[in-house]
Design a protein around this ligand. Sequence first.
Ligand code: SF4
Ligand code: SF4
Length: 476
Amino acid sequence: MSKFDPKSGNFNFGFKHMTDFDAPLAPSQRPSFETRRQGDILLIKTPRGSVLGLHSRELEVAQLDAAVWNLDESSPAAALEPSIATEIREELAQWQASRSGQDAQGDLLVRSLTVNVAQICNLACTYCAAGGDGTYGSKTKTPDLEKTEAQIANLLGQLPDGESFTLTFLGGEPLLHPDIIERLARHTRLMAAGRALRLRFDIVTNATLVDAERAELLAKLGAHVTVSMDGAPEQNDRARITKSGRGSSELVLKGLAELLKVRDRLHSLNVGAVFGRHNLDVVGAWKYLSQLPFQTLKFDFAAEAGDETASRLFAEGLCEVMELAFAQGGEAELRRLHVADHLFRTLDDQLRVRNHCLAGKNHLQLDTNGRFTVCQWFVGQRDEDLGGQVQVDEGERRARFERDLVDENNCGNCWARYMCGGGCMSVNKVKNGNKHERDLAFCDRTRHTLLKGIEKYVEARYNTTLDSAGAEREIH
Ligand code: SF4
Ligand code: SF4
């Protein structure tokens, strides 16, 4: 067994036989992953027949001798020599007992706020979860700015020097009101002036309204911009349509061209694509979107009742995309995918993710009625309301969000728990009516995707020849 130590950059431990990765298989020929548990160690047999190990508590991965897979095999043909079996058991026991990971730090300081600057949208996407028109069912289209400024000032006032604060502008479509964005950003900078706080401005936009003026505003903020687009125009235009029912892609691409003119002054330019029963062509979306100059690609699945088959198809599409991205450009191209980058960071740092997201803990959401909630998907839900005062009720917030999601959501001994962090509260609520009752389709696609990511991580860290050969492979 040979284990890559991300801290030292060296290999350690010493099973004697290393397995080589075979030539890549075409998607249609690919069998799926098989897994077996040995305590905290997950044995993974990849579709190519390699055997990998994951220490699920310490977040270490290893490339194992294929013989490990037959350790407890009862059939005589597969049974191991007793001395080899003993040697492998001892090495696995030694690995099981090892300690090298750490818990990601957890506290309840609010370092991130999303403000709905417009609860109305200029598009009418068929799958819109914000009330179908960006309003979340509210008649209040824009926030009371004086109150919002006081709420932001209060949150900044609670942060000690040296901290960071992210303000995200969201809608509906936030660029319907660039004046509000400009005012809130100016106020936030003013409140932070003279203090050692790191400010960051993010925006999620459909980009259809981006003109030279709006692009300049985002450039002045040095914003992290995420453009919502679900794939090539023919794919995107099926669901992301204007109020008159026309596709929005032409407008998006015009907006993107404006953003590219100021690209050097934007902090980052990313794309977010939504999949679900309405859109399952993950590979097609990647082939198109990865050709555009986006830094990262975030592919999300919109959960809904009865989505189990679609969920698995999405996961399989994402795995195929990981395969293609890695073949095309190695680790760098693979890590343009948000899901892969997150996994690589987690394994490199060996930091146990105990919370899938920081909503309610380090992140809050503010709607146009001036009410705080957990995240954008809980806007307007009475039972998730955290109050509409300038100061959030800290006792209430702490009581609700103190526990880590892996514990709150009863993830128990799931091997994926410290990479997944307990799942999405919004998905749980959509599927089960309870934000802490796990959605099994979410768990299935998370584990499915993680297995592919772990395989790619091992390939990236162990086998650079596959990486560079892969770069020459043609993508159809
Ligand atoms: S995959 Fe499911 S059980 Fe496992 S950590 Fe995530 S939410 Fe919890
Ligand atoms: S609850 Fe779900 S949708 Fe909301 S921030 Fe967390 S991961 Fe995102």
